[in-house]
Structures are given as C-alpha cells and as structure tokens.
Design a protein around this ligand. Structure first.
Ligand SMILES: [Mg+2]
Length: 238
C-alpha cells in the first residue's frame, strides 16, 4: 500500500518540545487584562489544565474546547478592549516556544515534491488564525495542504473522528495516510485505531501528560527529518 498523504501533529512534532510554565504564560495575559488581580494567571492556568484533563479523560470524545472556554470559566469579559491587548501579549509570550523545527520545512517540501499531500492535526485551544500566523512566520504555510484544529471541531485526538476529519480535508484515505506525532497515546494509538500508519518522534518530556499505553509505532523517527526517508521507503515498497 502506498502513501498519498502525511499528517503531522504540531506541538512537539513540527515544533520541538519545550517545558512550559503555564502560569508564567498566562501572567502575560493577566498583566494586560487586570494587573490588580493577583490570582488571575493561576486561575487561567488551572482552567486550561482542567480542559486538558477532560480531553484526556474523555479520550478526545469531548474535544479540547477553546481559549474562550478558559476565559469564560475565569469570568474574563472578552468583549473588553483590554482583552484583545491581553490576548496579543499572551500569544507573544508563546513565540519563543512555537518556532518550527529546522527539519520541518525540508521535510514538508520534500513530501510535496514527491507528490505527497501534507496535513496538520493539532489538539489545541488556540484559534486557527494564530496557528496560521505561526506557520507563515516560519515559512511552512506554502507546504501545508490542509489543517484541522481541535478548537474548531467537537472531538480531539485520539478520537478517530479527529483523524478522519484531517484525512477528509486532504481528500485521502486512512490506509494510504501516515500520521507523525510525539505522543504514543493521542498520536500513535489514535492514528492506528483510525486505520493509519503512525510514526513516533520520541523526544517530548510528556511527564504527567503521558498516558500509559501499549503501542508499537510503524516506525520511529529519531529526528523530524527522518520522516521523509521513512515515508518514501513505504512508497517505493508499495
Ligand atoms: Mg504533540
């Protein structure tokens, strides 16, 4: 069976894993939204973590939610002008942590040159426009045929419907699509359950985000750049 499409996870896959202090990230928001509210950053971080725990507990069936769910649960008024400025500060605080892996562009470009369609499927609270800005900043946007973000759909990885949404967006089929990700459960297990082959990039320090799962990836890429040769070998051996 050959390969028509490759779908990449984003965090920890197209962009290298960083250990993040969520309270520090939300402090950038809180300083701009209401500097007198000492507990706001902590409450926002706690609300975000509870959304991720819900995603994990529901196996993606309930999705991830969005940043607006975080704001609503903390009583933030997103119609205020200061919210827009605070959101910009928050996203800017993430900039150093969202830079593309140096291998990303050559891999995506190489796949496209080989006639393989390229997609992205990310579990994310962020809006599409921010992900697209990040991809444009790092020169990846021209090489991505379709992207599906959990912030826009009712499910999330590892739910099969999330993978099938990304496959459909590429006009592909599961058995001829490869998924690349850094999480054994959300990415590898999820993709294989959805009928895809899965490549694991095993460097992310998942810590308490790790789910214990007995899974065997179809291949392991010790660096993102190795994905190109793996996929091309599956194509020629079809
Ligand atoms: Mg990831």
């Amino acid at each position: 069976m050959t390969v028509d499409a490759v779908i990449f996870d984003w965090g920890g896959t197209l962009t290298p894993w960083h250990d993040i202090d969520l309270v520090a990230q939300w402090a950038a928001y809180a300083r701009a939204y209401d500097p007198s509210d000492d507990g706001l950053a902590q409450r926002l971080a706690t609300a975000e973590v509870s959304l991720w725990r819900e995603q994990q507990a529901s196996r993606g069936a309930n999705g991830t939610g969005t940043l607006d769910h975080v704001f609503a649960s903390c009583g933030v008024d997103t119609t205020q002008a200061r919210h827009g400025a605070a959101l910009a500060s928050y996203l800017a605080a993430w900039d150093p942590h969202t830079l593309a892996d140096p291998d990303a562009r050559p891999v995506l470009e190489g796949l496209r040159q080989a006639g393989v369609r390229v997609g992205v499927l990310s579990n994310t609270l962020w809006p599409r426009w921010h992900h697209e800005a990040v991809f444009s900043r790092d020169g990846l946007a021209p090489f991505i045929d379709a992207a599906v973000y959990s912030s826009e759909i009712p499910v999330a990885k590892p739910h099969a419907d999330a993978f099938h949404a990304a496959i459909a967006a590429l006009g592909a089929t599961p058995e001829r699509t490869v998924f690349v990700g850094d999480r054994p459960w959300d990415d590898v297990h999820g993709a294989q359950q959805a009928g895809m082959r899965a490549i694991l990039i095993p460097h992310s320090r998942l810590g308490d985000q790790a789910v214990d799962v007995d899974v065997t990836p179809d291949a392991v890429a010790m660096r993102l750049g190795d994905v190109l040769a793996i996929v091309l070998s599956w194509r020629t051996s079809a």
